[in-house]
Design a protein around this ligand. Structure first.
Ligand SMILES: *Cc1c(COP(=O)(O)O)cnc(C)c1O
Length: 398
């Protein structure tokens, strides 16, 4: 490549992403030194409007719902990370999903991974059904179920892999092939893996959504969402809807997520390593009934995990035999915090049946494996010895 100045290199890095390597993209893509001061970090453009030079003469920024430079930097950054063409940042992961669903019209049908995030299920069932959208929930780990659920009116396949909280996988390449043969658009919620662990667009996904609240921000101090698109028709619509509905990510949060993505590689390496070590520890523990983790050879889709993922992610779930035992563990840990959410540097432990999946009816919870004895751990990047000791002392009380 021709020798570029520092500034030219930064300005071009989104285009250069096919040549630049992953960590370099995470740290640099979308971010140029601030043109007025040279500040290396993109400023928080906390402004609602921009002064124009004259009628119709401005610097490309008119009103901050429509354009904000901090948000634009984050959108370019994550688009490059996911190897998409454009990104659109929203006020939350749910707002991002809501925006994607506006690609549809009443009468359209969607095939959905059955144990998808509880909030996704609530959005589809309690909100979007009012607009005559129809949803079928299938065990997408079985490609035949996906194929069998597609109808003439099916417009979208909405996949989550690994799933929350039972960590089932979908063969993303196989699912995309089936969907595309029937002209169905594929959306992958990549929140649980992040692009370090899993590359949906390379497997054929048309749209990738994230709750940036989780691994991308990584520090449990911001709520946000992003949609990454590859097709011009989707990009055009998402740009329109982001402005028309206005559920944008604010500049402070965009800045926090930009700070987060810089360390994505080293955080994910450590999340992967810590989760693997804890999964092995738990699998060997006599008081644990069952461990769900794609990195364990006992996981029914371990071979697919090795093929499709780089490392196995930071989420583990364990079954303990009863709600009482689950409660004892959840209340007995000292270092791990009892809290919803995931993907932060600190380890969180939660009870999906009463926390993240409380909005899912009990019969459905049973059907998708969200049993009352199931505990989910979002493994942070603390020292593994301390995490292991904490679980060991809490398990002693069972
Ligand atoms: C958290 C989460 C969401 C929703 O994101 P918010 O930022 O909380 O709105 C969607 N999908 C998955 C897999 C999640 O974990």
């Amino acid at each position: 490549m021709a020798r570029l100045t520092r500034l030219e290199y930064a300005a071009n890095i989104v285009k250069l992403r096919d040549e630049a390597r992953f960590s370099t993209i995470c740290i640099h893509a979308g971010q140029e030194p601030d043109p007025s001061t040279g500040a290396i970090i993109t400023p928080i453009y906390q402004t609602s409007t921009y002064v124009q030079d004259g009628l119709g003469r401005h610097k490309g920024y008119e009103y901050a719902r429509t354009q904000n430079p901090t948000r634009a930097a984050l959108e370019a950054n994550i688009a490059a990370i996911e190897k998409g063409k454009a990104g659109f940042a929203f006020a939350s992961g749910m707002a991002a999903e809501g925006a994607v669903m506006t690609l549809l019209q009443s009468g359209d049908h969607v095939v959905v991974t059955d144990n998808t995030y509880g909030g996704t299920y609530r959005l589809f069932e309690r909100v979007l059904r009012k607009y005559q959208l129809d949803f079928s929930y299938v065990d997408s780990s079985n490609l035949e179920e996906i194929e069998g659920a597609i109808r003439p009116s099916t417009k979208l396949l909405f996949l989550e892999s690994p799933t929350n909280p039972t960590l089932r996988l979908t063969d993303l390449r196989g699912a995309c092939e089936i969907a595309h043969a029937r002209n169905v658009v594929v959306v992958v919620d990549n929140t649980f893996a992040s692009r370090y662990v899993q590359r949906p667009i390379e497997f054929g996904a048309d749209l990738v959504v994230h709750s940036t609240t989780k691994f991308l921000n990584g520090h449990s101090d911001s709520v946000g969402g992003i949609v990454v698109a590859v097709k011009d028709e989707h990009i055009e619509w998402l740009r329109f809807i982001q402005n028309a509905e206005g559920a944008i990510l604010g500049p402070m949060d965009a800045w926090l997520v930009l700070r987060g993505t810089k360390t994505l590689t080293i955080r994910m390496e450590r999340h992967n390593a810590n989760a693997m070590a804890l999964a092995e520890f738990l699998a060997a523990h006599p008081k644990v009934t069952r461990v769900h983790y794609p990195g364990l050879p006992s996981h029914p889709q371990h071979a697919l995990a090795r093929k499709q993922m780089c490392g196995f992610g930071g989420l583990i779930s364990v079954q303990l035999g009863s709600l009482d035992k689950a409660r004892t563990l959840l209340e007995g840990v000292r270092l791990m915090s009892l809290a919803e959410s995931l993907g932060g540097v600190e380890t969180l432990i939660s009870h999906p049946a009463t926390m993240t999946h409380a909005s899912v009816p009990p019969e459905r919870r049973q059907a998708i494996g969200v049993t009352d004895d199931l505990v989910r751990i979002s493994v942070g990047i603390e020292d593994i010895e301390d995490l292991r000791d904490d679980l060991a002392q809490a398990l002693d009380h069972l």
